[in-house]
Design a protein around this ligand. Structure first.
Ligand code: 87F
Length: 523
């Protein structure tokens, strides 16, 4: 299973290397103990053992530290800066849509949680409960939010009275807890994760419908413009939608190495189901009692796991420039009797120049690591550009620039540094997206028959197939493809539909096909 938690907390995840020491000249010209380049590399290859590679890369890249509670992970600063970059974008965009931030409590009373029985029922095993304070049992156990519908909607009922109270559009950035039992994986399936959850209420269905797509478009942009990951926008099947809602839209990504689809974010139209349950009514313009139409939508830290899986390579993480905390790492390359101080000064002034231009640049001036060790270290952490400054560069008023994504090297005159570095960062961002799209597209297989479907599934493809859109048929496909790799299901019905000629039959049932849908194994 991909990305399985094969490692125990504590002890593992420490970077190798740095133990062997040898003499070397430092900036001040004194002999210093310098750690030799050993063991920084990853022990697993992405194409050979994807699951182990993933666990290793998130730990050695300093994004994650394993924790002593299974399924819980420490998000280190390298992770949080990526989360914050996406958050900054998304938060500003939803504010343009007049959505306001709020914060509701983490704890849910059992009566409220069970109010919406039908939708909670299926999820009940995943709800975590607080049953004690100190040694005493609580009189009434308290649930920890797995999502906040039941937390928030009683107050929507209280706050919404008349049509002038609508729309009510709230969002919160918070953590949620879902006590998963299957195969925990950092970012992808953890028992606690960070997300934003938006919950909105409208007077009309038309307004709700429009917002569902506005938000979905923002999710597409988070993936494609920030994380450089292509996604497919579409609608979930009846079987795969959020059962409490009317319909679910999503952005779906694909991991070529495992041949699995992954739901990137969801934007639901809840219809009036929750409004009925929680009595969220209002007096409309005619003075008549009406029920609100609601949406809810979320994306989580799972996005970061998808980014690692899609872009990472055998040297480690590969961060898209738009989310990288450090976009350019500047490394001095002193040599024997060369002007070491001059080189270090050039590094500092290079960082200053880039920083003033709004580029996230840092110099690694540590004198106890060799340049080679530093190269590996920052490659492992996925920094998009490396600048090396040695004696020759100093003499020629230039720097050497190396791209993380394709190892391309170019010498840049100091005079055009800012301009060229900016261009390169844009080029890398685009190239990551293009390469990821090529790889994803190479995995898409259009099929029309069951035999083609089974063959494509065996080849880890993302399958596009004509479907009759019947729930029983999807259940049947799931049952027929069940194996140790997990069953195949619909990922979505893409909004962008290929031509469906009259008389096209469903690949699974042989009945008339109604639409093209994506099928695959998934996370
Ligand atoms: C786990 C335990 C209890 C998912 C759960 O997608 C309840 C749930 O309702 C649960 N896991 N869900 C569905 C969440 C639906 C919806 N909530 C707001 C979203 C977007 C944000």
């Amino acid at each position: 299973m991909a990305g399985g938690q094969t490692k125990k907390a504590g002890g593992e995840g420490k970077k190798g290397g740095g133990e062997t020491k040898k003499g070397n000249a430092n900036a001040g010209g004194k002999k210093k103990e310098v750690k030799k380049e050993t063991g920084l590399g990853l022990s697993y290859k992405k194409d050979e053992n994807f699951g182990e590679w993933y666990s290793e890369v998130v730990v050695h890249g300093e994004m994650i530290e394993y924790y002593d509670i299974s399924g819980c992970y420490i998000l280190r600063p390298w992770t949080m800066s990526i989360w914050e970059a996406m958050q900054e974008f998304f938060d500003a965009e939803i504010k343009k849509l007049k959505i306001k931030n709020c914060y509701f409590p983490l704890f849910v009373s059992p009566t409220v949680l069970q109010k919406e029985k039908e939708h909670v029922e299926g999820f009940a095993p995943e709800v975590a409960w607080v049953t004690k304070s100190g040694q005493s049992d609580l009189e009434v156990p308290i649930a920890i939010r797995p999502t906040s519908e039941t937390v928030m909607y009683p107050y929507y009922s209280k706050w919404i009275r008349g049509h002038r109270d609508l729309p009510l559009k709230l969002n919160q950035w918070c953590n949620v807890v879902r006590w998963e039992f299957s195969n925990p994986t950092p970012f992808i399936r953890s028992r606690e994760f960070l997300w934003q959850e938006g919950h909105t209420a409208f007077a009309t269905k038309a307004e709700a419908d429009e917002e569902v797509l506005d938000i979905l478009e923002l999710y597409r942009r988070v993936y494609e413009e920030y994380l450089a990951i292509p996604v497919i926008k579409g609608k979930k099947s009846e079987l795969e939608k959020f059962a409490g809602g009317l319909y679910t839209t999503s952005v779906e990504a694909f991991i070529p190495n495992t041949g699995r689809g992954i739901q990137g974010a969801t934007s639901h139209c809840l219809g009036q189901n929750f409004a009925k349950m929680f009595e969220i009514n209002f007096e409309d313009e005619k003075g008549e009692k009406a029920m609100v139409w609601q949406n809810s939508w979320a994306y989580s830290t799972r996005t970061i796991g998808v980014m690692v899986m899609v872009h990472g390579d055998d040297k480690g993480l590969v961060l898209p420039p738009k989310v990288a905390a450090v976009q350019v790492i500047v490394i001095p390359v002193p040599f024997k009797d060369a002007d070491t101080q001059g080189i270090f000064d050039a590094c500092t002034s290079t960082v200053n120049t880039l920083t003033e231009a709004g580029i996230h640049a840092e110099a690694d001036l540590r004198d106890n690591y060799s340049p080679g060790w530093k190269y590996s270290h920052w490659e492992l952490k996925g920094v998009p550009l490396r600048i090396e400054i040695g004696p020759r560069d100093l003499a020629n008023s230039q720097v050497r620039v190396v791209r993380r994504d394709n190892s391309a090297k170019v010498d840049i005159p100091m005079a055009s540094l800012v301009e060229q570095v900016k261009d390169l960062l844009v080029t890398i961002q685009k190239s990551l997206y293009d390469v990821a799209t090529q790889k994803r597209d190479a995995c898409i297989q259009k099929v029309t028959t069951w035999d083609e479907f089974i063959e494509a599934l065996g080849q880890k493809k993302l399958i596009l197939a004509p479907w009759c859109d019947e729930e029983e048929v999807e259940k049947d496909v799931k049952a027929r493809t069940k194996g140790e790799m997990g069953a195949c299901k619909t990922l979505c019905t893409p909004f962008e539909q290929p031509d469906l000629p009259e008389g096209t039959l469903c690949f699974a049932s042989g009945k008339p096909a109604k639409k093209w849908s994506y099928w695959g194994r998934s996370y």
